[in-house]
Design a protein around this ligand. Structure first.
Ligand code: HEC
Ligand code: HEC
Length: 346
């Protein structure tokens, strides 16, 4: 159900984007396009896990603390590294035994705006992710009871939990809530694209503007990579994956459209985040565009929005030029700075 709604919303955004362009010519943005791609003014926090400075500070500490791994040698940041746009720059994440896990580490940028998480949507929301990597033998290898006991035995953490919650009790739900509060503060920094959307015509060059017109028009990318963070939060088969990992299809064996469907990744800071796709199988942005240009494997699960595109070499280069404008000049290490006391702004 979720993926159907996502698709409809994305299609609407694309129509708006195209209309905005048509009205204004190729290098001036229409008001609808500006509205559809403008950075939001504030980070949304769910009612049941509202923002507080104490919770964010506790979450940051947990995120970078090796205490949460069995051998005290790994943290969340071992894979979600702020210096690698909150990923690890590996094709697939590294297990404790040094071998590759089945999938690539996704960035944690802009998750406050995403509902289902994991490449296959196996996580209902951000507040229910953390104990999967913590307890996974190949990832952090710490049983839940031991994680809670270690935290409860640490006087500094007792104070941290007492500041963030009504009492010092250490529970799984509180660990999850604190980590999620910290993760919601991981927002991609202001990029040249944002300055263009905000009205500065000199912020990006003509090639990038043409690339954005192709992205929202002829190349059809915005059917799925929609909105300011460039993801519809939905799941699609782009016709490239083969092999045993069938993504969301595992949970919906009777839905042919979800075979090989993976979550649309956001495209912020995308230049810093290769190699690409859920399995790290595509090394560069140029190779990503070539893949879309071919249209992928023609099969029943392939999205109706994927087809051979017949892009010229110049058009392909312009799309890459546009994608580069989604990366800020400074790295996306926002969450390491001080946190606002109330109502955080991205
Ligand atoms: C060994 C590397 C590794 C470690 C350590 C790790 N992760 Fe991950 N993380 C991954 C991989 C790989 C995925 C993708 C899993 C999938 O889709 O099947 C992921 C997915 C996620 C997601 C979903 C992101 C999205 O875009 O869907 C979140 C949130 C997350 N991890 C948070 C954490 C937190 C919090 C910790 C520490 C408690 C942590 N991770 C530790 C590798 C790691
Ligand atoms: C039908 C929906 C859809 C369309 C249309 C689409 N994408 Fe994607 N895109 C996805 C999905 C789903 C993935 C992840 C696939 C995977 O992991 O196997 C992805 C992955 C990517 C990635 C890799 C990001 C990462 O972090 O790994 C880039 C870059 C990208 N797309 C750019 C584009 C461009 C440029 C276009 C237009 C030429 C486009 N996409 C069209 C859904 C789409």
């Amino acid at each position: 159900m979720t993926w159907k709604l996502g698709g409809a919303a994305a299609a609407l955004l694309m129509v708006l984007g195209a209309a905005g362009y048509g009205a204004m010519g190729p290098d001036r943005l229409g008001d609808e396009t500006r509205a559809a791609y403008r950075r939001p003014a504030a980070i949304p926090f769910p009612e049941e896990n509202a923002y507080s400075l104490a919770k964010a500070e506790l979450g940051r500490r947990l995120f970078f603390d090796p205490l949460l791994s069995g051998e005290r040698d790994r943290t969340c940041a071992s894979c979600h590294n702020p210096d690698h746009a909150w990923g690890d720059s590996r094709a697939r994440a590294e297990a404790r035994d040094g071998l590759a896990l089945p999938r690539r580490t996704p960035t944690l940028l802009n998750l406050a705006w995403q509902e289902r998480l994991g490449w296959d949507g196996k996580f209902r929301d951000l507040d229910t992710v953390a104990f999967t990597p913590i307890t996974s033998e190949r990832m952090m290898n710490l049983p839940e009871a031991e994680a809670l006991a270690r935290l409860a035995a640490d006087p500094d953490y007792a104070k941290g939990f007492a500041d963030a919650f009504p009492d010092p009790a250490v529970t799984r739900e509180r660990v999850e809530a604190a980590l999620a509060t910290f993760e919601r503060l991981i927002v991609s920094p202001d990029a040249p694209f944002d300055r263009w959307i905000a009205g500065d015509e000199t912020a990006v060059d003509a090639k990038a503007k043409h690339g954005f017109a192709l992205f929202t028009g002829k190349a059809g990318c915005a059917a799925c990579h929609s909105g300011w963070a460039f993801s519809d939060g939905s799941f699609h088969d782009i016709g490239s994956a083969t092999g045993e990992d069938i993504g969301r299809g595992k949970f919906f064996p009777n839905s042919p459209a979800l075979r090989y469907a993976f979550k649309t990744p956001g495209l912020r800071q995308v230049t810093e985040r290769g190699p690409y796709m859920h399995d790290g199988s595509v090394p560069t942005l140029e190779a990503v565009i070539d893949l879309y240009n071919c249209g992928g494997i023609d099969r029943p699960s392939r999205s109706k929005d994927i087809r051979a595109l017949a892009l010229s070499p110049g058009e392909k280069a312009d799309i890459v030029a546009f994608l580069k404008t989604l990366s800020a000049d400074k790295p996306a290490r926002v969450a390491e700075g001080g946190f606002p006391a109330t109502a955080p702004q991205p």
